[in-house]
Design a protein around this ligand. Structure first.
Ligand SMILES: [Fe+2]
Length: 551
């Protein structure tokens, strides 16, 4: 009978491999390599066979009885000795500190053909004939060699297990480092784009895209909460919540608000991770929300919004890595939103100061009511024609509103005098640019408009006031407002005179180009005259100052 067929008869009928984890496979392979035969692996505590060797005959029940001896010692030992057969047991440390015992039978002397080996046959779990046949094919070992080899194999297995454990630690650290690196990169990208005056929708859309790229979520969402009550006097403050989403978001703005209520989230709460233990409950009201992380975007106890990722792309559950990243971004966005709102409040306060000052000018000189507003808007149109950037346009607008603020310090009798002014009266009124400068000089937020307030009565030929600056010595903003101011002053009706007809105004502009006014600004007027005429005819615009654009 072929040897392999003979061996197959010795195979125990139970499953060969009960638990073939990588650690057990490694133990088994190391022993096979050292001894040239495989070992049976046992759970040292339960006596359960973890790996049954196909090359070993044996009465497992008999062996099981011997295992207790092996697990009491850490050294390899013989736990059975019958005739010429020794049963070698090698205690090993398995996965999670589990005690494993590896056993194998070895022949330790040559056997004569007519020997009766009843004990060995029993130990091997075979009848005499088969026991003899198996023994005849085995190499003969010395017991000392077996023990030495077993001790060496045991050390090697232990060292390999340690190396594997260290490798697992390294892999885990690498994973942690990778997710931390990803988190830092994302935070870096977000902070690089946090501008106090950047468009909120644009920022939200950038953050959502980054989060969606980094995290295994089907949808990412940012809900921004109102920062002002409805009806509150404000220019740009949000009075309703708004939801920005990316991906397949299963809830709309109202649904998201209900989700927050259901999760009972409030200021000061950390990241909330709800996986199927929560969303799988029968009374969970959002069947399409299977996994969700929500973090507050808060500053102290004030929640300005919520950041959320919804539904794992691979159907798994969200964990601490995702929660940590979303929480970091939520914290940064919370502080940013709060700063942005403080900035808005400050800008709105400045706007109300400007409105109050503009009203004060109008109250002082009711005949020219609306003049500042028209000059501001005509100035903006001229600046646009000259190719000025957005910042300059807004500075011009503010400067137009405030250019005559110094008239607050001029005597009413002079300011409202319907007839021709005396030289002394004119000298008095000529003080208003410097008075205006002094009024506004301490408001650093209005520093950019000061050149216009101070120099809007200078002339290109140097014959203006207060400093007789000439040509490009005069700040551009003042040259632009000089034309806007002159246009409105000449064309507007006054109680004591009619406004000049437009052709006459334009004739004066042509005559005064490169003399009283900057020829380039006059040219811009003629290019934009249709729009400017329209602006001059409009009712006074409400001062809905776009405070976000004042930076
Ligand atoms: Fe003026």
């Amino acid at each position: 009978m072929p040897a392999t067929a003979e061996i197959q008869k010795f195979v125990a009928p139970q499953p060969l491999l009960v638990d073939n984890g990588p650690e057990l496979a490694r133990c088994s392979a190391a022993l096979r390599k050292a001894f040239g035969t495989s070992f049976t692996l046992w759970d040292g505590h339960t006596g359960e066979i973890l790996y049954a060797s196909v090359q070993q005959p044996g009465s497992n029940d008999l062996f099981r009885g011997q295992l207790a001896r092996a697990i009491h010692g850490s050294e390899p030992q013989f736990i059975a000795d019958e005739d010429c057969v020794l049963l070698l047991a090698v205690p090993l440390e398995g996965p999670q500190g589990r005690c494993i015992v590896a056993t194998s039978s070895f022949i330790v002397r040559t056997v004569a053909q007519n020997e009766h080996l009843n004990g060995a046959a029993t130990l091997l779990g075979l009848d005499q004939a088969r026991a003899m046949a198996w023994i005849a094919r085995q190499p003969v070992w010395s017991p000392e060699a077996l023990l030495r080899l077993a001790a060496a194999a045991q050390s090697q297995i232990k060292a390999e297990a340690k190396a594997c454990e260290l490798q697992r630690e390294v892999d885990k650290l690498s994973d942690n480092l990778a997710s931390t690196y990803e988190e830092i990169c994302l935070l870096h990208s977000v902070t690089q784009n946090l501008r106090i005056n950047s468009d909120e929708e644009q920022l939200c859309s950038l953050v959502l895209r980054w989060l969606k790229d980094c995290l295994p979520a089907q949808a990412v969402a940012i809900q921004l909460l109102p920062v002002a009550k409805e009806g509150q006097i404000t220019y740009k403050a949000r009075t309703n919540s708004v939801l920005y989403t990316l991906g397949q978001c299963p809830v709309d703005n109202d649904g998201f608000t209900r989700l927050i209520d259901t999760l009972n989230l409030e200021a000061g709460c950390g990241p909330l991770v709800a996986n199927r233990a929560v969303t799988g409950e029968a009374d969970w009201p959002f069947p399409e929300v299977r996994e969700v992380i929500v973090v507050p975007m808060a500053e102290g106890n004030r929640v300005l919004g919520w950041l959320s990722i919804i539904n794992h792309t691979a159907g798994s559950e969200f964990g601490t890595v995702e929660a940590s990243l979303v929480n970091s971004i939520g914290a940064v966005l919370g502080i940013h939103s709060s700063n942005r709102d403080l900035y808005r409040q400050q800008a709105e306060f400045l706007a109300s100061v400007v409105r109050a000052l503009t009203s004060a000018i109008d109250a002082k000189d009711p005949y020219t009511c609306g003049h500042s507003d028209r000059v501001a808007r005509i100035g903006v149109r001229l600046a646009k024609e000259l190719g000025c950037d957005a910042k300059m346009l807004h500075t011009i607008y503010m400067a137009g509103l405030l250019h005559d603020i110094g008239k607050i310090g001029i005597d009413d009798a002079v300011l409202r005098k319907p007839g021709k002014l005396t030289e002394a009266e004119f000298d008095h009124i000529k003080q208003h640019p410097e008075l205006g400068y002094r009024i506004l000089a301490d408001m650093h937020q209005l520093a950019d408009v000061l050149p216009a307030v101070l120099h809007h009565h200078e002339q290109w030929d140097g014959k203006g006031y207060p400093f007789k600056l000439a040509g490009e010595q005069i700040p551009l903003i003042a040259r632009i407002l000089a034309v806007a101011d002159a246009y409105d002053a000449m064309s507007s009706d006054r109680p004591y005179r009619r406004g000049m007809p437009l052709p006459r105004v334009e004739e004066l502009f042509q005559l005064g180009a490169a003399q009283q006014w900057d020829a380039e600004v006059i040219k811009a007027y003629f290019s934009a005259k249709a729009d400017i005429t329209k602006i001059a005819q409009e009712e006074r615009a409400n001062l809905t100052l776009d405070v976000q654009q004042w930076t």
